[in-house]
Design a protein around this ligand. Structure first.
Ligand SMILES: *Cc1c(COP(=O)(O)O)cnc(C)c1O
Length: 372
């Protein structure tokens, strides 16, 4: 069975974890500091990195450190993993959805201005599947309207835009190291930012609100939770980060092979290769209605040939929680179409060229067979 994703874990990872287990210090310690410095060096531009126990925690802490809370609104794309909107709800603010572009699946920047009100305090773009959102335009709009930019870069570690890594901009950028992402710490996340006071708040928020002065006296000036990363995870992250560019290079090769070998068909929309894409996922859209079939039949037929697929993602605004904010079917046509048509094909660094060819052949044969 070919899964749609799988982490790459080798001897180096096992050794790094064993060393921490044998060291006697398992929770946040020297490996966390080292991992934060390595991530900052990888991103460049003198950003500071603080790691968290998940990408979700990194986003929550960034919203809180940005002073976002009850009464505030945050613009998010309707097409993303649901965590993007859930974190806004978690801090007591209200998500304001916008539609996405059909091919990149990134926030449609032409729709931002129509939802800007005085209550909107921030915008949280997502770099879908590792393809950077239009950050130059988003920064321009944010600057003109005085709102903050917090990037959900959960899928974009290693992505580049305008010759700079996503994460080097200076505004808070949040990464995830869940096992499905391009590098993993099992569970984990990080915020990269360029503001020392913001960093101090992140540190308090992730660990009980505790603040230490130079003499080592502690105070708790504000609430903080429990969102720190373990040294076991950080040690794994250090090895994975050292291999990240190689992983992403292999992802690109596999994605380009898919793009070369998948059929061109009027019912099929393929993703595009753009410079700096980190190819977190390879998501196609298929107009199943036009093919007189449905997605689960198509998926089952691939499954029967040992090929697993994913469906990233259902439209967030149509979940019952978000329907209660007044959203309805028809609000975001592009998101809703992608949600119905999307199919994630297997993509992970250890796949072989032959694996890609096998998926392409099975996919083409099925497409032929279902032709209306
Ligand atoms: C994975 C993901 C998250 C959440 O990250 P976790 O580490 O699983 O908490 C948030 N947003 C997006 C877009 C993601 O893909």
């Amino acid at each position: 069975m070919l899964p749609f994703t799988r982490p790459t874990i080798g001897e180096q990872e096992q050794t790094a974890i064993r060393e921490v287990l044998e060291s006697g210090w398992l929770a946040s310690g020297p490996r966390v500091l080292e991992f934060e410095q390595a991530l900052a060096a990888y991103l460049g531009n003198d950003v500071t990195v603080r790691v968290f126990n998940s990408g979700t925690s990194a986003l929550e802490a960034s919203l809180l450190a940005s002073g976002i809370g009850p009464g505030d609104k945050v613009i998010v794309p309707a097409m993303s993993f649901v965590a993007t909107a859930n974190v806004v709800v978690r801090v007591g603010a209200t998500p304001v959805f916008v539609d996405v572009e059909p091919v990149s699946r990134n926030l449609d920047v032409t729709q931002i201005e129509s939802v800007l009100t005085s209550e909107v305090k921030a915008i949280m773009p997502v770099h879908f599947a590792g393809r950077a959102a239009d950050m130059p335009r988003i920064h321009e709009i944010a600057a003109a309207s005085g709102i903050q930019v917090i990037e959900d870069a959960a899928q974009a570690i290693g992505t580049r835009q305008s010759d700079q890594p996503i994460g080097a901009s200076g505004n808070p950028v949040c990464f995830s190291f869940h096992p499905n992402k391009n590098m993993t710490t099992i569970e984990g996340g990080a915020v990269a930012v360029k503001d020392e006071e913001f960093v101090a708040r992140l540190e308090r928020l992730r660990f009980h609100g505790i603040q230490r002065d130079l003499q080592g006296h502690i105070d708790v000036p504000e609430w903080g939770g429990k969102m720190n990363l373990s040294d076991v995870s950080a040690a794994l992250g250090l090895v994975q980060l050292a291999r990240l560019d190689e992983f992403n290079q292999r992802r690109r090769e596999l994605a380009c092979r898919y793009l070369k070998r998948l059929p061109r068909h009027p019912a099929l929309t393929l993703p595009e290769d753009v410079p700096g894409h980190s190819w977190h996922m390879f998501c196609v859209a298929l107009d199943f209605a036009q093919l007189n079939t449905d997605r689960s039949t198509f998926q089952q037929a691939l499954q029967a040939q040992g090929i697993a697929t994913g469906t990233h993602y259902p439209a967030i605004h149509l979940f019952s929680l978000y329907r209660r904010y007044g959203y309805n079917p028809g609000d975001f046509p592009v998101t809703e179409r992608i949600a119905k048509q999307t199919l994630t094909l297997p993509l992970f660094p250890q796949m072989t060229d032959e694996d890609v060819d096998r998926v392409c052949n099975a996919f083409s044969t099925l497409l032929e067979a279902t032709k209306a």
